[in-house]
Design a binder for this molecule. Structure first.
Ligand SMILES: Cc1ncc(COP(=O)(O)O)c(C=O)c1O
Length: 393
């Protein structure tokens, strides 16, 4: 996992002026509508053609002989899981395929034996469904993380200062969705462990974007493969430290429940397993392209986009974690302060400019997040920056 420091936006060198080169063959690897600038890879990902074809071949096989397919599905899942584990540097018995990050949060929090009065610490950068999973299980304390906190140390100190004697669990983003910052870094995880706090890390953006997503040894960690790991939708991983595995219970128990984690979680009787079985193809593709090269390219593109947007009147750059493929900027006061307003602005930009971005609501002025991916071209960010003033007036 990257531990590069955050740098204040606008500091020397923060926004390279250079026009990043396109990734050779990148756009051709996807069947995205070329008329649309897809600058929001972080929300839903996108499936490269070879991965789509691998999944289609698996579907065809299942449809041709359902008995043969379903009778071998457990073994095939174990093999696919081992391939994912090798990519992530994880123990294959400590991982399970799941559908998405939200499922991971619910499985993890169900495995914690809460007592009356226990608290769960979350941050106000946390993802809605994950925070909701926490609120279902115990009293939630929300730490406000000022998006302008200058660096990872300041984030760590703010989180640690919010612990109470009742804090049993901390649910933290690995990379936050609205602000694109690294929160659950190895040092913060170590500090929490030392204080006896169980860590649940939302790594929705980590696989593919971070070089070492399980660094720091969280108690529970879940990550989407369908975002930066080029896997089909509905493909995620839950990683559980050995001491907690026996407490993991499937949300919907099925035939393999008696085998315990991970099979109890993965096996869902008659379900569509083709996304999970094709998922290793996504990480294999990333390796073939050169994972470091892809990460460097994506991060440079996001930086380029942020540099252009920072020149739009009313937009303010935020501190960021170097090396990540997403950057966010604050919008002027009055713009996108509510969920409805944020959604309306996002849809208006898409309808009028054919540009997809994430607009997130925040009191005092929401934010805009741009992502970089190998199918993006610098001109797409230029189109957004040129058009944005019209939407902010
Ligand atoms: C940080 C974070 N956590 C969780 C999620 C939810 O992911 P899923 O839809 O896979 O449950 C997202 C989705 O964008 C996210 O950004």
């Amino acid at each position: 996992m990257t531990t590069q420091p955050m740098r204040p936006a606008g500091s020397p060198g923060a926004y390279p002026g250079a026009h990043p080169a396109a990734f050779p063959g990148g756009p051709e690897l996807f069947r995205l509508d070329p008329r649309v600038a897809h600058l929001n890879h972080g929300s839903f990902g996108a499936v490269p053609v070879p991965v789509e074809e691998a999944q289609a071949a698996l579907r065809a096989e299942a449809h041709a002989d359902p008995d043969a397919f379903f009778l071998t599905v457990s073994d095939r899942l174990a093999r696919a899981r081992a391939r994912i584990a090798a990519h992530l540097g994880a123990d294959p018995e400590g991982l399970a395929f799941i559908s998405n990050a939200t499922e991971g949060a619910n499985l993890a929090l169900d495995a914690v034996p809460f007592a009356d009065g226990d608290e769960i610490l979350v941050t106000d950068h946390g993802y809605g469904t994950v925070v909701a999973a926490a609120a279902r299980r115990a009293t939630v304390t929300t730490v406000a993380l000022d998006p302008h906190l200058p660096d990872e140390d300041a984030v760590r100190e703010t989180v640690l200062a919010a612990l109470t004697p009742r804090t049993r669990v901390a649910v933290l983003d690995h990379v936050s969705s609205p602000t694109a910052r690294l929160i659950a870094g190895p040092r913060l995880l170590a500090d929490l462990r030392e204080r006896g706090v169980i860590t649940v890390v939302d790594g929705a953006h980590a696989p593919g974007m971070l070089a070492d997503p399980l660094a720091g040894g969280p108690d529970f960690w879940f990550g989407n493969l369908h975002k930066w790991g080029y896997a089909p939708s509905g493909t995620a991983i839950l990683a559980v430290a050995p001491q907690h595995r026996h407490r993991i219970r499937a949300l919907v128990p099925s035939w393999e429940d008696e085998h315990g984690f991970p099979r109890s979680v993965e096996y869902r009787a008659t379900a569509d397993y083709t996304g999970w079985l094709a998922a290793p193809e996504g990480l294999d593709l990333l390796d073939r392209l050169g994972a470091d090269r892809v990460r460097g390219h994506n991060s440079a593109l996001a930086a380029y986009g942020a540099a252009l947007l920072s020149r739009v009147p009313g937009l303010t750059g935020l501190p960021y974690t170097a090396g990540l493929a997403m950057r966010t900027l604050r919008l002027p006061p009055g713009v996108a302060e509510t969920r409805e307003a944020a959604r309306a602005l996002r849809e208006e930009i898409a309808a009028r400019q054919r540009v997809r971005v994430l607009i997130w609501p925040w009191p005092g002025g929401g934010g805009i997040r741009v992502c970089g991916q190998i199918y993006n071209r610098p001109e797409e960010y230029e189109r957004l920056a040129a058009a944005l003033p019209r939407f902010l007036g």
